[in-house]
Design a protein around this ligand. Structure first.
Ligand SMILES: Cc1ncc(COP(=O)(O)O)c(C=O)c1O
Length: 418
């Protein structure tokens, strides 16, 4: 049994084990993130099965969750990585992901980051502008190395998602616009042998519920790939990005393996089946397989308002404040029931609000915030002098590793020294 579930007593569990028991075993102070490594491994296997025998690399978007235990679990499933900084690259290499399965994206990679990526011999550095293509050539020449590059194309496709996670439209800072693709190839070809143009990618944004917008963007990648191949050899892969949605409680989304199957079919129809397919999923591999456990500090009832105030805040889980995201918040050790309470954190911002949730007639002692495996801990901050939460990694009901909070004292020391 994997993932988040309720046992017969109504206790929130990861797999078979109640979260309150896991929390007691660690002796850690809340808030604590718990992750189910078995469920993450299964997610990777399901997605990879969608590609069948087609040559592919699942390049996990590490920004979703960069914990070593998570990355090592995915590496063991044959997964690669999509990184956006030198630090992320160091983590994934340290977790044993081979450079040949790593792509680096990002709109403003610094020279030192490009140098590290070039020296590491990645599958590709995905250039996001014509200007960057030229900078990569300069860095490769300085290092006396050849750089393998891909273009991240901006497909000009709008998706139905929050504006902050829609990246493939005309006004987005991401990717090489349709109008600039020819110039980008001219820049590569003019640079000579220091640059090898090996790939083309696009990523329309996150939380896709259906495959159609993904295929629309993928079609643009295929069109550019066919045109390039007609004039020059060298392309090795196409990537249609990530963005596969998960069910945060609002209803099911298309399965990640459906995106994979349809990508394989599209390549076949386009006569490009000899190219390797790269996918860059983040959220879909880890999002549903992490939870944040918080204690209730106090409740507050005033006029028509009933608040439950917890010890996790927007500094621990920013998505509701940043994107208006709704995570299910449930009592830790009993089923949900009416009435609703407004669940808020301790941070001095009105946006530190996790929404209204049916927590029962009396405020519970602790709550579990679901689907907090992606873009949760990785977006955390120490705002308001609040130390980062602890993280606990679980496999077959056993705690296999723990990353304890640095604690408030470390923050105090750094602030006093500043
Ligand atoms: C280039 C790129 N690839 C992949 C991803 C991962 O997206 P998701 O977590 O929605 O799969 C992102 C997310 O920001 C991205 O920018």
């Amino acid at each position: 049994m994997y993932g988040f579930r309720r046992n017969a007593q109504g206790h929130a569990c990861l797999g078979e084990t109640p979260l309150s028991e896991l929390l007691a075993r660690t002796g850690l102070e809340t808030p604590v993130y718990f992750y189910d490594l078995d469920a993450i491994a299964r997610e990777a296997r399901n997605l990879r099965a969608g590609y069948g025998s087609a040559p592919h690399v699942v390049a996990y978007a590490v920004k979703a969750n960069s914990a070593g235990s998570v990355v090592r679990t995915l590496a063991a499933e044959g997964v690669g990585a999509d990184v956006v900084s030198a630090a992320e690259l160091e983590v994934v290499l340290g977790c044993g992901i081979p450079a040949s399965k790593i792509v680096m994206s990002g709109v403003a990679k610094k020279d030192a980051e490009l140098d590290f990526a070039i020296a590491s011999g990645l599958l590709a550095i995905q250039a996001e502008s014509v200007e960057e293509v030229t900078r990569i050539a300069v860095r490769a020449r300085a290092l006396g190395r050849q750089a393998r590059i891909g273009f991240r194309l901006n497909p000009g496709v709008e998706i139905e998602s929050h504006a902050h996670i829609s990246t493939g439209h005309d006004k987005a800072k991401f990717g090489i616009a349709r109008a600039d693709v020819a110039r980008a190839f001219e820049a590569v070809d003019a640079a000579g042998p220091v640059l090898l143009a090996v790939g083309l990618s696009a990523h329309v944004g996150s939380m896709l519920h259906e495959v159609a917008p993904y295929l629309k963007s993928a079609q643009h990648v295929c069109d550019v790939a066919r045109a390039r191949r007609a004039s020059k050899p060298g392309l090795e892969y196409v990537s249609f990005g990530g963005g596969f949605g998960i069910d945060y409680g609002g209803g099911p989304t298309a399965e990640p393996a459906d995106f994979a199957r349809q990508a394989v079919e599209l390549l076949g129809r386009e006569g490009l089946s000899d190219l390797m397919l790269v996918a860059e999923p983040g959220r879909s591999l880890v999002g549903a397989h992490g939870v944040l456990v918080a204690k209730v500090v106090q409740s507050k009832v005033s006029a028509d308002n009933a608040w439950v105030m917890i010890d996790a805040g927007m500094n621990d889980l920013l998505r509701p404040a940043l994107y208006g995201a709704k995570h299910r918040v449930e009592p830790l050790d009993r089923e949900r029931s009416a009435p609703e309470w407004r669940v808020v954190g301790p941070v001095c911002e009105s946006s530190d609000d996790f929404g209204a949730h049916p927590l029962g007639p009396n405020a519970p002692e602790a709550v579990v915030i679901r689907d907090a495996g992606a873009y949760s801990f990785t977006m955390a901050s120490e705002y308001n002098g609040r130390a980062m939460a602890s993280e606990v990694f679980v496999k077959s009901g056993q705690i296999v590793s723990t990353s304890a909070s640095p604690g408030a004292a470390a923050w105090v020391k750094r602030r006093l020294q500043a």
